[in-house]
Design a binder for this molecule. Structure first.
Ligand SMILES: Cc1cc2nc3c(=O)[nH]c(=O)nc-3n(C[C@H](O)[C@H](O)[C@H](O)COP(=O)(O)OP(=O)(O)OC[C@H]3O[C@@H](n4cnc5c(N)ncnc54)[C@H](O)[C@@H]3O)c2cc1C
Length: 434
């Protein structure tokens, strides 16, 4: 006669067979969770997802956060590698690092969570340019034989060409002016805006190289004006705050912020839960992960970038404008390499320390150590096509390429630059760009 199983024993058997059939305890956690029903599932444990989860939990809702990667923070990522600053050794920030005086919600969270802010120690040294095959000092640009600009344009510093055109043509004053229909005429590509304002062809090319966008045909002038207006208002903050120095960094690394936010949540933040489908039904939502996990909630909030949300099946299909935004919004490649500079090689070649170029080394930042002693820091900052090409290499090959390429443009840098960390945001499966 078969032995009757108590409820408790049955439970144990069920767990045991799940474990036996699976690779390890991780699956047990997932299966157990799958039967749970919560009020809200938040997808993504970046700042947006964690902030949303905090607000909802404070309102009394039962919230669960599903994070696809093995780490929380998303585009906040303090690396294991560090470098020397006035504040001592600080982690290299692969993503967000600067907190400005106007970042009210971030400052509020920092305050509530008892985190400490430090004055940012990142003084950029001046830049020389390498354009059309020639290395040029900043004060030689106006009369340089490779300066193809026309008339007054010639006197604008090469690296500031794009930003100075934006400043000149920006009609917006207030932060939300971009929503005013009277500025709708500026929602054209930055290429078309520059053209209709008589900027020369050489000027439009230089605007692209000097950072207005990877593809001037694909970036809205109105969007750039909005960002510029925000930046201009930002500059007013030091005086508003009584001379306080901005921007600031978080002591211990920016990643301390999402970690502290997650630790305050009453509900679970589950990592390694890559969402692949959201099925919206009449009485709730089913959220499914790629390893077969299933989560049931009354509501779901997606806090992942559109660049990766477009890989998630959403059923039924969202309304047309949202669907189009999710699937078509462009994200920029941003590739960075963080270095130590052994000797200030610019003293040997006589050019400004930083470099701005129309080649694969789009920008090399030389960062003062502020102490007047020890090593300087350096950063390769690649956007647009240069970032995409270099990011296609392995991190080791890309690092070697950048060091060699800088030495080709500036022989004095040979042997003086060591890359500590290479990072491409476009190649991150959970971000796919910036
Ligand atoms: C190089 C760089 C420099 C920056 N500098 C600054 C700065 O100095 N100051 C500043 O304020 N901001 C800066 N930012 C911007 C700032 O980092 C972002 O605005 C912010 O981190 C975005 O947060 P988020 O939560 O919206 O998105 P994310 O941080 O991208 O979070 C999304 C989360 O969703 C997860 N996810 C994605 N797909 C899935 C899936 N299918 N299933 C489950 N989870 C998934 C991701 O792993 C991630 O954790 C910078 C960004 C970059 C890249």
């Amino acid at each position: 006669m078969p032995q009757a199983l108590s409820r408790r024993a049955l439970g144990k058997t069920a767990v045991a067979s799940t474990l036996a059939a699976s690779a390890g305890p991780f699956v047990h956690t997932r299966q157990a969770r799958a039967n749970e029903q919560v009020d809200v599932v938040v997808i993504g444990a970046g700042l947006s997802g964690l902030n949303t989860a905090g607000i909802l939990a404070d309102s009394g809702l039962d919230v669960m956060v599903l994070e696809g990667s093995s780490r929380i923070g998303g585009r906040v990522w303090s690396a294991e590698e560090s470098w020397e600053t006035n504040a001592g050794e600080v982690p290299i920030e692969l993503g967000a690092s600067q907190i400005s005086g106007s970042y009210a919600r971030v400052l509020d969270a920092v305050d509530r969570l008892g985190l400490e802010l430090l004055d940012e120690d990142r003084k950029l040294l001046p830049f020389s340019a390498h354009l059309n095959g020639l290395h040029i000092k900043a004060d030689e640009w106006a009369d340089s034989p490779v300066n193809m600009l026309v008339g007054e344009e010639r006197n604008i510093p090469a690296m500031q060409f794009g930003s100075s055109m934006l400043a000149k043509l920006n009609p917006l004053v207030e932060l939300d002016d971009w929503l005013d229909p009277k500025f709708a005429d500026y929602d054209v590509s930055i290429h078309d805006l520059l053209k209709r304002n008589g900027v020369s062809e050489a000027g439009i090319r230089l605007a692209e190289v000097s950072g207005l966008g990877a593809n001037l045909h694909g970036v809205s002038a109105l969007r750039l004006f909005q960002e510029r207006t925000r930046g201009t208002l930002e500059l007013q903050f030091p005086s508003v705050e009584g001379g306080e120095q901005w921007p600031k960094n978080i002591k211990g690394g920016t990643a301390v912020l999402p970690q502290a936010m997650a630790s305050q949540l009453p509900g679970a933040v589950l990592t390694g839960q890559q969402v692949m489908a959201i099925d919206v039904e009449e009485d709730g939502v089913d959220v499914r992960t790629i390893d077969g996990g299933r989560y049931r909630a009354r509501f779901v909030v997606s806090a992942v970038p559109f660049s990766v949300l477009r890989m998630v099946s959403i059923w039924p299909k969202p309304p047309a404008p949202q669907y189009e935004a999710i699937h078509r919004l462009k994200y920029a490649e941003t590739t960075r390499a963080f270095c130590r500079i052994k000797e200030p090689f610019w003293q040997a070649d006589g050019f400004e320390p930083g470099l701005f170029s129309d080649g694969a080394v789009r920008m090399f930042w030389a960062i003062d150590n502020h102490k007047g002693e020890g090593e300087h820091r350096g950063m390769f900052v690649l956007t647009g096509w240069s970032g995409q090409h270099v990011a296609a290499l392995s991190p080791e090959a890309a690092s070697q390429f950048l060091v060699d390429e800088l030495a080709r443009l500036r022989p004095a840098s040979k042997g003086q630059v060591e890359i500590l960390r290479f990072h491409s945001w476009g190649r991150q499966p959970f971000a796919a760009g910036l």
